[in-house]
Design a protein around this ligand. Structure first.
Ligand code: FHN
Length: 412
């Protein structure tokens, strides 16, 4: 589970009575070019009185999720923990005055869920020297002298040494995260997040805890070889495998943070297909929720999480601990694989099949030991075909949502 939660949550995609549609709701400050001092006033309204760390982590765990990531600091520079580096934080600047990260770290530990922090290391819009952004339709010449101007290298270096690195150290020492998730895209990151700075950041993390993982969006275009895993671009689902562990972060609707007028909810079926599609190429799926200003999840989010959880409860073995299928994508669905000493298990995810018809698992030629519908244990008839295994899809799967057939074959 990925969470976007911060000062942008309260406006929820509406500014001066107008819907923010130039960008995501968490981009309010940049997309509406809200002057810094005015944006900072949002801290006075940040009071998620129904926030309960345990509720979030239980919801994540019930959905089958095994790692949890939250925006410790997003691009606006506001921090969800009582950092000593800046008073622009939940304890010093808001009426809420609770260490949100500390409470979540404790809940993750008690539920056995891995903990990660999103930290916007490249962008920081609070005036401390991080990079800024302005909408494409604003001419650069109109910006001279304003706060929406890219920092000089000296300014960025000061930000890097005096805010970014010290805050990463704090996060590491205070909460012992299992992973850190840095954010960047496009070609411009390299102007600021140079190879030297990537090394500095990774050295610091490794010195605090050499088992803490670092993602590749530390510099999306030119990631250090020392990154542990690859993060795809937002909602980007590749049709290939990679030589490192990888994941896609995706949204439930459009914005990452709460947006009151974002009705673009993906169906549970679509979300499960993204999950399984990535698994069939060896990847993970990190699904985002944007909690409401009072700290609870929207009903539309909760329903989808619980439906995913039900499906995972029944079919989880076809996802957890599986690897990419050497057979690739099929016209009728996707395949995940588990290799054991004397057998291989193929999980056939039936996305687009007609019950009581036949599908072919192209390229599967080994002798079948067993084939059953995962949910019910119903035996499935198979026979060798010219190009691969022929599988009779039982009539009874018509009532199941995204059924899975488990086929075990002997090792040759
Ligand atoms: O600008 C951010 C965006 O707000 C969000 O945090 C996503 C998550 O992957 N990353 C950036 C855009 O790619």
């Amino acid at each position: 589970m990925f969470i976007h939660f911060g000062l942008y949550t309260d406006p929820g995609g509406i500014w001066n009575g107008r819907k923010i549609d130039r960008s995501y709701s968490e981009w309010l400050q940049a997309s509406e070019m809200v002057p810094r001092e005015e944006y900072r006033k949002l801290a006075g309204a940040f009071n998620p009185s129904n926030f309960r760390a345990d509720d979030w982590i239980r919801e994540a765990k019930n959905a089958g999720m095994r790692y949890f990531l939250i925006t410790a600091k997003h691009h606006d520079g506001f921090c969800l923990w009582p950092t000593r580096v800046s008073d622009y934080n939940v304890m010093d600047a808001t009426p809420f005055k609770r260490d949100i990260l500390g409470e979540l770290a404790e809940a993750c530990r008690s539920h056995g869920v891995k903990l990660g922090f999103y930290y916007s290391h490249w962008m920081d819009w609070d005036g401390s020297g991080g990079d800024v952004f302005y909408p494409d339709d604003v001419p650069t010449k109109d910006l001279s002298g304003s706060e929406f101007v890219h920092p000089s290298q000296d300014e960025f270096e000061r930000y890097w040494q005096e805010k970014c690195l010290p805050q990463i150290r704090e996060l590491m020492e205070n909460y012992q995260p299992d992973f850190l998730w840095f954010d960047s895209w496009g070609d411009h990151t390299s102007d600021y997040v140079t190879p030297k700075r990537q090394d500095e950041l990774i050295d610091l993390i490794r010195a605090c805890d050499d088992s803490c993982l670092v993602n590749s969006r530390i510099n999306f275009a030119e990631p250090s070889e020392r990154c542990d895993y690859l993060s795809m671009m937002d909602n980007s689902f590749p049709d290939k495998s990679f030589n490192k562990p990888w994941e896609t972060s995706g949204t439930l609707n459009h914005s990452w943070a709460y947006h009151r007028l974002d009705y673009d909810w993906k169906s549970t079926e679509q979300l499960l297909k993204y999950l399984v599609g990535n698994a069939s190429y060896g990847g993970n799926y990190q699904l985002n929720v944007g909690p409401m200003p009072d700290g609870r999840f929207q009903k539309a989010a909760t329903r989808r999480l619980r439906e995913i959880g039900c499906w995972m409860d029944v079919n989880g073995e076809s996802v957890y601990g599986t690897s990419a299928s050497p057979l690739g994508a099929m016209p009728w669905g996707r395949i995940t694989v588990k290799n054991d000493a004397d057998s291989i298990t193929y999980y056939l995810h039936l996305w687009d099949v007609t019950p009581d018809s036949e599908i072919v698992v192209d390229g599967l030629t080994e002798g079948v030991e067993s084939a059953v519908v995962l949910e019910s244990g119903q035996p499935v008839t198979t026979s060798p075909g010219d190009h691969g295994l022929r599988v009779r899809v039982p009539e009874e799967v018509s009532g199941l949502s995204l059924p899975v057939v488990r086929v075990v074959v002997g090792q040759r």
